[in-house]
Design a protein around this ligand. Structure first.
Ligand code: CTP
Ligand code: MG
Length: 238
């Protein structure tokens, strides 16, 4: 599983505003174990032997920071910065345009810059599945008891969780699969890229990933992420 040519292009959407995280600046600049969140994500993807290119859509107001304050790292990591858009799908589309018709690329992996804890073994697994099927995402089975609420919580019932999974990133697609899904996309809201691909009639396989591949959404997530990073470096399993 550690074989494979260097033929993966990564789109690392970083153009959000971090509204739920709060604060003055994009949450991706918040420090996690001494580095900004986005840099952990970029480092881990750049360290994977199959990753050829990393394209990072950023918001217009953040571009000077990425190019100046972090310009050296951006260059060292060979990150191609492009303009993001109002919706995440707009940012991904901008990344897709930047990749263009690059014949050396077989797979495109879309990974939230806000998921700094991605493990290399999970990258191996989801890349391998996408090689086989054309479309694969990391996800984890739901472990909690899931309730459907009625009348704003006045009553509820249990939902069978045996078929329920939580989607993560990376979401990985063969180039024509992702291109055709985005060509069909007419602005209808989609919560992730897998939904667009599946709407285009293509099956998306799920690969069971580590539950600790969390997305930093609220400030408390950073506390959990610090603890996970610490345990990953203790076990050298990052
Ligand atoms: N993202 C993006 N372009 C957008 C919106 C989001 O590139 N128009 C990116 C974010 O920067 C993040 C990833 O998509 O890395 C996942 O989005 P999310 O966690 O929702 O981040 P934000 O949209 O920034 O946060 P919020 O929804 O709380 O505002
Ligand atoms: Mg968002």
């Amino acid at each position: 599983m550690h074989q494979g040519p260097q033929n993966v292009a990564v789109i690392l959407p970083a153009a959000g505003s971090g509204r739920r995280f709060g604060g003055e600046e994009n949450k991706l600049f918040a420090r996690l174990a001494g580095l900004p969140i986005w840099m952990h994500s970029a480092n881990r993807l750049r360290a994977h032997h199959r990753v050829a290119r990393i394209v990072m859509p950023v918001a217009a107001q953040d571009r000077p920071r990425f190019e100046n304050e972090y310009g050296e790292s951006v260059q060292k990591l060979k990150i191609e910065i492009v303009d993001g858009g109002a919706e995440r799908t707009d940012s991904v589309l901008s990344g897709l345009c930047q990749i263009g018709d690059d014949a050396s690329i077989e797979l495109i992996a879309i990974h939230d810059a806000a998921r700094p804890l991605i493990r290399s073994a999970d990258l191996d697994a989801v890349f391998a599945k996408a090689d086989q099927t054309g479309a694969a995402i990391l996800a984890t089975p739901v472990t909690a008891t899931v309730k459907q609420s009625f009348d704003a919580g006045a009553s509820c019932r249990t939902i069978d969780r045996s078929t329920l999974w939580l989607a993560q990133t990376p979401q990985v697609f063969r180039v024509p699969v992702l291109k055709s899904a985005y060509a069909r996309h007419r602005g209808r809201a989609a919560t992730d890229d897998a939904e667009l691909v599946q709407r285009a009639g293509i099956n998306v396989a799920m690969v069971s990933g580590s539950a600790d591949n969390l997305k930093i959404t609220h400030p408390n997530d950073l506390i959990v992420a610090e603890a996970i990073i610490k345990s990953q470096s203790e076990f050298q399993d990052a």
